[in-house]
Design a protein around this ligand. Structure first.
Ligand code: SF4
Length: 102
């Protein structure tokens, strides 16, 4: 399933998307764009709104694909011990076991 996503950190509130596709975008209480509905996701007008965004804040994402990426990231986090000298494959310390023994 696909959905429209607005990256709020990138949005400068110029209003282009809201003016072009008012059935899909509106301003939130901070004056940034928010998605009202994904109903018109395939419409040309929504595509035009996406292309008109000066900060490339709008994208269409595949929700299942995104969840799969998040799952992979979580499983990587679980595997990583997060210590500074564990020597596991995720450890980015530069200390070797010999250094540690010395
Ligand atoms: S066009 Fe882009 S920058 Fe402008 S309001 Fe919409 S999301 Fe924000």
């Amino acid at each position: 399933m696909k959905k429209i996503q607005v990256e709020k950190e990138r949005c400068i509130g110029c209003g282009a998307c809201v003016n072009i596709a008012s059935n899909t975008f509106d301003f939130d209480e901070e004056g940034k764009s928010e998605v009202l509905s994904n109903e018109h996701l395939e419409d040309e007008v929504v595509q035009l709104a996406i292309e008109s965004c000066p900060t490339i804040a709008i994208s269409i994402i595949d929700v299942e694909e995104q969840e799969s990426i998040n799952d992979d990231t979580e499983s990587l986090d679980e595997e990583c011990c997060d210590c500074e000298a564990c020597h596991c494959e995720h450890c980015d310390c530069s200390m070797t076991e010999e250094d540690e023994a010395a």
